[in-house]
Design a protein around this ligand. Structure first.
Ligand code: HAM
Length: 418
């Protein structure tokens, strides 16, 4: 019997995993510079956290969660996103940190039961940040700038930043009513999905690809913002302009999660089939109190790492591949073999990437293995050399070969490799 991985998951194998490490290194490097600290929360949480946090009427909670009952009869869900868990941890551990805000980041797997396609998986990975504790529009702009810089420094071209304001629940109430009035005459012609959204979440109709024709001329959220929302949104734009970050205001942008207030934003790029949104985020001023904490505002983003890699591939941007070996040790005798065991451990302890043969190969086979592993140096030890206290060192690029004292090989290699 043989097994296959579950639909919508991927094995990340050596050769590819180095690209992941490069993305993760870049994420950590950006977070260090912007002063965000890592947080690691459970991969599963109580289902109710997501029902309350992400929202009962979202696709994520209605259709996409991996939910099960554990042996203690609790309803548990694999996390479909990172914000709810990070905010739960912020509240539970009282990270309120007055007067400083909490600036947090995470990198890890998320789970959504979606129809898999390029750029859409059932287990995927997000690099996310959450800045909790400030209403300052400057922090919205900082968050947007971090995502922008992440893509830019990785070498991604043509990433567009789109922003919108979804206002406060109060502004949205009037907007919902205006949308319902607008769609009411054509309600019967809308797709089943949009019809079911009509009462519960009419803003999501704007998101429906099928119903775009009926969205023509729909009222704009921007006309329903109150003074405070308008000022906040204008300030976010001012800050982005100050940093030289180009953006487009897209009043039709509706994010698929319920917690957003004020700023919503997305990064867009071509290169993954029909998907053009590569990541997104926004402000969530009600979320912390909604899940039982003090009334603290927050803002963050979630960047899907699979989508970054797909676009880097389409744009033929190279990320570091597997590192070649520093040195491969070739043994030509039993006593030499024992000595190489010692030497290999010494080299590795001193920080070199070193390997030897474990297949009992003859010298030719060992040299071939060294080639396959792209070793920069090969050190060859026979029983005769061992008796003389020497070892042969071969530079695989220059092909030059010298005998050096066995006692000095580690120091010599360290020197050459620097
Ligand atoms: P989201 O828009 O649901 O937001 O997801 C953010 C990103 O995660 C997407 O733009 C995409 O890159 C990636 N993503 C989502 N679903 C999949 C999937 N099935 N396969 C591959 N990639 C996927 C959030 O999750 C919010 N928590 C973002 C946020 C943080 N807002 C504020 N703070």
């Amino acid at each position: 019997m043989s097994f296959q991985k579950p639909k919508g998951t991927q094995d990340l194998l050596p050769g590819t995993v180095e690209k992941w490490q490069a993305l993760e290194d870049k994420a950590r490097d950006i977070c260090r510079r912007f002063n965000y600290k890592e947080i690691r929360t459970p991969i599963f949480e109580h289902t109710e956290l997501f029902q309350r946090g992400v929202g009962d009427t979202t696709d994520i909670v209605e259709k996409e969660m991996y939910t099960f009952t554990d042996k203690g009869n609790r309803s548990i869900s694999l996390r479909p996103e990172g914000t709810a868990g990070a905010v739960r941890a912020y509240v539970e551990n009282k990270l309120y940190g007055d007067p400083d805000m909490a600036k947090l980041f995470y990198i890890g797997p998320m789970f959504r039961y979606e129809q898999p396609q390029a750029g859409r998986y059932r287990q995927f990975h997000q690099f996310g940040i959450e800045a909790i504790g400030s209403e300052d529009p400057g922090i919205d702009a900082e968050v947007i700038a971090m995502g922008y810089l992440f893509y830019k420094e990785l070498g991604l071209k043509n990433v567009r930043v789109e922003i919108n304001s979804v206002g406060t629940p109060a502004c949205r109430q009037a907007y919902r009513e205006a949308l319902q009035a607008f769609f009411a005459p054509v309600k019967d012609k809308l797709s089943k999905e949009s019809q079911s959204r009509f009462d519960r979440n009419p803003m999501r109709i704007l998101d429906s690809k099928q119903d775009q024709a009926y969205c023509e001329g729909a009222p704009s959220i921007l006309d329903f913002l109150d003074e405070e929302c308008r000022t906040h949104f204008a300030k976010v734009q001012q800050h982005l302009t100050a940093m030289g970050i180009e953006f487009v205001v897209n009043p039709r942008m509706v994010r698929g999660l319920d917690y957003y207030t004020h700023t919503a934003f997305e990064y867009k790029a071509e290169g993954i089939g029909s998907i053009d949104t590569i990541s997104g985020g926004g402000r969530y001023n009600g979320l912390v109190s909604q899940i039982g904490g003090e009334d603290k505002p927050g803002v963050g983003f979630g960047i899907g790492l699979e989508r970054v890699l797909l676009i880097l591939d389409t744009q033929q941007v190279e990320l570091p591949a597997a590192k070649p070996l520093d040195v491969f040790l070739v043994s030509l005798g039993e006593q030499a073999d024992d000595e190489l065991t010692r030497l290999l451990f010494e080299l590795r302890s001193e920080g070199l990437l070193a390997e030897k043969d474990y297949q009992g190969r003859k010298i030719k086979g060992q040299m071939k293995a060294a080639d396959r592993l792209q070793a920069r140096y090969v050190a060859i030890l026979g029983d005769d050399e061992l008796a003389r206290g020497e070892i042969q060192l071969k530079d695989m690029a220059g092909r030059e070969q010298t005998n050096i004292p066995l006692a000095d090989v580690t120091a010599i290699l360290k020197d050459k490799l620097n």
